[in-house]
Write a protein that binds this ligand. Structure first.
Ligand code: HEC
Ligand code: HEC
Length: 309
């Protein structure tokens, strides 16, 4: 498939950002109005928020003090859990737990967290080797509250599919030609990320964006906290032998490895290069807005949503 370079930006991205900020300020407002409630229910989590902007040493002392003074309570406080979820989890799992960079949590059964103990362990310790970081600040009662809130999300109805997954599978295999770049259940070329189980990891809005405007979820800045998106960073290398563009596979201080659109793997010594550039916000995947009809896009998004194991 011909690689098209799409320089145009999605006009919706700006809208989404401002909506996102509107939602965040609504959250801050709610956080303030429930200040008294929070202070009474969970002094430690409240301190976490209060101390976010102060000196790290002072913050450490305050958090330690709060840990010593907080009384152990057995009751689960889903309101506290919700507030903490918005602060620590929503940026990856969505404001309503609907997913985004992280999987939707609106599922009755979680793969890595079949029971409450494992769920709490995942919240505090993360899932090593994946984009799921641990939140050690939540250790103790706060992690119990967040776990209770995550469980309550599992009782919500799952997302509706916009189209027909069986028709979407045909699009995937025929005019989409998706397997020329993606592996699914062991079939295809692994230039792009593997799509097996992608319906568990991403929500429908993210999947639609991935198909129609692949640039949108490319990393905009090198941010160590957005681990699973940094994995798709596009890089451009100019050496004496030519220019190479591909997805970064690995990088250290002296070398960089990348895979190009033909699936060819390259390794370069940085010192020998004429230039090495991280192409932030630029995907190697073509946008499908023009190549597929709206119905076909709905169908292919539904097919991706159905890939759940
Ligand atoms: C930086 C983004 C990010 C943040 C922040 C984050 N997560 Fe995750 N989370 C992920 C990703 C990515 C995965 C999928 C890991 C995998 O299996 O590859 C995940 C997986 C999970 C899972 C396992 C789901 C399953 O089906 O097994 C749970 C539960 C979870 N996260 C809860 C949370 C909670 C609660 C918070 C806040 C305390 C949180 N996450 C914060 C990115 C994040
Ligand atoms: C020319 C190669 C190429 C083709 C063809 C291609 N993709 Fe991709 N795709 C990529 C690359 C590279 C990425 C990772 C970078 C990014 O997100 O832009 C990606 C990312 C994705 C993601 C996001 C995965 C995740 O976990 O975040 C989805 C979903 C996806 N592609 C679906 C599709 C579908 C469906 C098709 C066919 C309609 C398709 N791709 C065709 C190269 C391709």
């Amino acid at each position: 498939m011909q690689h098209k370079r799409t320089a145009t930006k999605n006009p919706q991205t700006g809208d989404q950002t401002s909506r996102h900020y509107a939602r965040i300020s609504a959250t801050i407002y709610r956080t303030q109005s429930s200040l008294v409630w929070n202070l009474a229910m969970s002094p430690k989590s409240h301190l976490n928020r209060l101390t976010t902007h102060c000196h790290p040493l002072l913050r450490a002392c305050l958090v330690a003090l709060a840990l010593c003074t907080s009384l152990p309570t057995v009751a689960q406080d889903t309101e506290n859990g919700e507030q903490l979820f918005l602060t620590f989890c929503a940026r990856c799992h969505g404001i309503l737990g609907e997913g985004g960079e992280g999987p939707s949590l609106k599922r009755a059964e979680l793969v890595h967290a079949p029971n409450d103990d494992t769920l709490i362990a995942v919240i505090v310790g993360g899932i090593p080797g994946t984009g799921m970081p641990g939140s050690w600040l939540l250790e103790g009662k706060d992690s119990v509250d967040v776990a209770a809130y995550v469980r309550s999300l599992g009782q919500l109805p799952p997302e509706q599919m916009p189209g027909n997954p069986a028709a979407g599978e045909l699009v995937y295999q025929s005019n989409g030609n998706c397997s020329s770049c993606h592996i699914l259940d062991g079939v295809g070329n692994g230039i792009g990320p593997e799509l097996t189980g992608v319906g568990l990891r991403r929500n429908s809005e993210y999947l639609r964006r991935a198909v129609t405007n692949p640039d949108a979820d490319q990393p905009k800045l090198v941010d160590r906290f957005r681990g699973s998106l940094n994995a798709f960073l596009t890089v451009r290398v100019v050496s004496e032998l030519g220019t190479y563009e591909g997805m970064r596979v690995n990088e250290d201080a002296f070398t960089v490895q990348m895979r190009d659109l033909n699936g060819e793997l390259y390794s370069f010594e940085k010192a020998d290069l004429i230039s090495y550039e991280k192409e932030l916000g630029h995907s190697l995947m073509p946008g499908y807005n023009a190549a597929l009809s709206e119905q076909q896009i709905d169908d292919v998004v539904s097919y991706l949503m159905s890939l759940r194991d």
